[in-house]
Design a protein around this ligand. Structure first.
Ligand code: TEU
Ligand code: CA
Length: 513
């Protein structure tokens, strides 16, 4: 395990919306470089960058045209290299987004693959042997691209219609047009993707977040064992050359993902994690009325933790570019408590850009680049009170997505000056995480109670108590306090076999032996 990962706190950047430095209305690499000191000042020491490769942007860049060249709108490969360098000089790390499951329709591989004459790329994608034979009903395939190619066949797609699925083979081959996992064409796809990984790591990137990592082998079994094997084989090759590279999967099944060789996996809005119960259901746990329920969340979490301990990390994100923002259901006070939870859990925390100031989720705004409901969580970062909130010097109608029109919108500048802001509270919380080894990624986790208050012990010695409700909560607790490491809004009192947690407050308490 790479050492830096053990103490990592990640910041996710959606590059389109972060910081524009050439007034074209869209964020760029230079903008990220400009803001590295800010990112570091909040306590983040690692960054995940959403896809920044050449693309028609029908799905915000998750439709890659050229895996080896960055999109002009963000800068050049050299600029990205400089971003890696600038991050490294600050002791920070950067991972890129790898999209191995599909390309855009404009990718040269797909253009070649659509030709009637067989060529090197004919088997790069999943094609049936006739346009009249469709590819529906196979696990891992979401639809097809039919009747638009010179080649007689239907091509499987992985997500939107504009994302033809790359061919890593089928776990169980049931039709003549399906490739096995070890067929030459499936192995060639695999090699092509390994080359992409090697290229960027060679350029100085520290690893990858892997898009739809569980989707690669089609017609897989319930346990996705063929996809697990595929990744094990990919990592065996990559790690021969780059043992230090780190990989986090968008899989949502930590047990499988870590067994496949990933260093970490996300809990997400899909899968069996009950992640949504924390901050995003109609009755999220982190709300004042105390009607949330984390039993299912912890049932799944503890099982996953047991299966993965010592083998990699579970990542609980504050949100991401695919979800409504955490602020949709939580106000700033509740967001502070949510951060106190995220930063005191095992594994690696991820914070989505803008969540650190409680940026709003904008409902019902027009879809941009295939975002649909996700667009409301992708609006430009709000830096200050200058024009376009300091995001861009372009005229407002040129912006990638319009700025939140609410005049009360939060900004970094204003929150930095306000000691009671979400931003300053998060800074304090991350500082505590970095300075207390019991709160770190690897240390032991013991759930004491998941009602109200939420109580758990980290590294045997530190008790975390969180009460999101508006009433004081008292429960029995036999531990003995030695020192309050962190408290917010009154915190908690632990004495005489009881703990009382004040309304809407949190405490990290060091225990006596
Ligand atoms: O997402 C995969 C995915 O299934 C979801 O996160 C999805 O975007 C969401 O559930 C919609 O409701 C990944 C990327 O994170 C996403 O942005 C891409 O659109 C998708 O893959 C295709 O590459
Ligand atoms: Ca720009």
């Amino acid at each position: 395990m790479k050492d830096w990962l053990k103490t990592a706190v990640f910041y996710e950047i959606y590059p389109q919306s972060f910081k524009d430095t050439n007034a074209d209305g869209i964020g760029d690499f230079n903008g990220i470089i400009e803001k590295l000191d800010y990112i570091k000042s909040v306590g983040f020491n690692a960054i995940w960058l959403n896809p920044c490769y050449k693309s028609p942007f029908n799905d915000a860049g998750y439709d890659v045209t050229d895996y080896y060249t960055v999109a002009e709108r963000y800068g050049t490969n050299e600029d990205l290299k400089r971003l890696f360098y600038e991050a490294h000089t600050r002791g920070m790390h950067i991972i890129l987004d790898l999209v191995p499951g599909h390309t855009s329709l404009e990718c040269e591989w797909f253009i070649q693959s659509q030709k009637a004459t067989p060529n090197e790329y004919s088997g790069r994608y999943i094609w049936t042997d006739s346009v009249w034979t469709d590819v529906t009903g196979i696990s891992g395939i979401t639809g097809s691209y039919r009747g638009l190619s010179e080649r007689d066949g239907s091509c499987a797609v992985n997500f939107f219609t504009c994302q033809p699925a790359l061919n890593y083979g089928f776990a169980k081959v049931t039709e003549p047009w399906q490739s096995s996992m070890d067929s030459p064409e499936a192995l060639q796809t695999r090699t092509a993707m390994i080359d992409v990984i090697k290229f960027w790591i060679g350029m100085g990137c520290d690893g990858f977040r892997v898009d739809m990592a569980g989707s690669l082998v089609k017609n897989d079994d319930e346990e996705q064992s063929a996809t697990v094997r595929l990744w094990q084989e990919i990592f065996a090759e990559v790690k021969k050359h780059y043992p230090e590279a780190v990989f986090v999967s968008e899989w949502g099944e930590p047990d499988r993902a870590l067994c496949a060789g990933f260093d970490m996996d996300f809990l997400l809005h899909f899968g069996s994690s009950h992640y949504m119960d924390l901050f995003r259901t109609d009755k999220p746990y982190f709300s004042y009325d105390g009607r949330g329920n984390l039993e299912e969340f912890f049932k799944s979490y503890l099982e996953n933790l047991k299966k993965t301990m010592g083998n990699g990390y579970i990542c609980i994100p504050s949100g991401n570019h695919d979800m409504e923002r955490i602020s949709r259901a939580l106000d700033n006070e509740q967001i502070k408590l949510a951060f106190a939870f995220l930063m005191s859990m095992p594994g690696i925390p991820f914070v989505y850009y803008g969540d650190e100031i409680g940026m709003k989720y904008l409902k019902n705004i027009a879809s941009v680049e295939g975002g649909y409901y996700r667009t409301g969580a992708r609006t430009p970062m709000q830096w200050d009170t200058s024009s376009n909130c300091g995001f861009s010097a372009a005229s407002p109608n040129k912006l990638y997505i319009a700025i939140d029109p609410d005049e009360g919108r939060p900004t970094v500048e204003e929150q930095m000056l306000d000691d009671t802001s979400v931003l300053n509270e998060l800074k304090r919380i991350i500082t505590v995480r970095h300075s207390c080894k019991e709160l770190g990624s690897d240390s032991d986790f013991e759930l004491i109670s998941c009602g109200y208050p939420l109580l758990y012990r980290r590294g045997k010695k530190v008790l975390v108590a969180i009460n999101p409700t508006q009433e004081e909560k008292t429960v029995e607790c036999s531990a003995i306090a030695s020192e309050i490491i962190y408290s917010y809004n009154g915190g908690a009192v632990l004495e005489d076999g009881k703990i009382t947690v004040k309304p809407a407050s949190v405490a990290y308490i060091r225990l006596e032996n």
